[in-house]
Design a protein around this ligand. Structure first.
Ligand SMILES: [Zn+2]
Length: 98
């Protein structure tokens, strides 16, 4: 791929809505193209998150419980990052609440 993919193509790449071959082609292009790498990095985080959830929902083998677990894990890791707390501190807090 010598030309830059379109903004739409980059959004679909970020959201994982395209086939693997095209995904690999765009990924290879992004590695070599700082402009596209910045464009993908500037996409709203929600674009990638929506793509992940859509992928999970397309997979009939994945239960809603797994999606909920993913959301919970994402929220927990974000909370831990914001607190700057280590894992062990988090465990101690959880046990004291029990
Ligand atoms: Zn490019």
């Amino acid at each position: 791929m010598s030309r830059c993919p379109t903004r739409i193509a980059l959004e679909r790449y970020a959201a994982a809505l395209i086939e693997d071959d095209e995904t690999r082609a765009i990924a290879a292009h992004i590695e070599a193209c700082a402009a596209c790498a910045r464009a993908v990095a500037a996409l709203p985080a929600s674009v990638a998150l929506v793509g992940e959830l859509q992928q999970l929902e397309r997979s009939r083998a994945v239960s809603a419980g797994v999606v909920d677990a993913l959301r919970t894990a994402t929220a927990a890791s974000t909370t831990g990052f914001l607190r700057g707390a280590s894992g062990s501190r988090g465990d101690t807090e959880a046990r004291s609440l029990d």
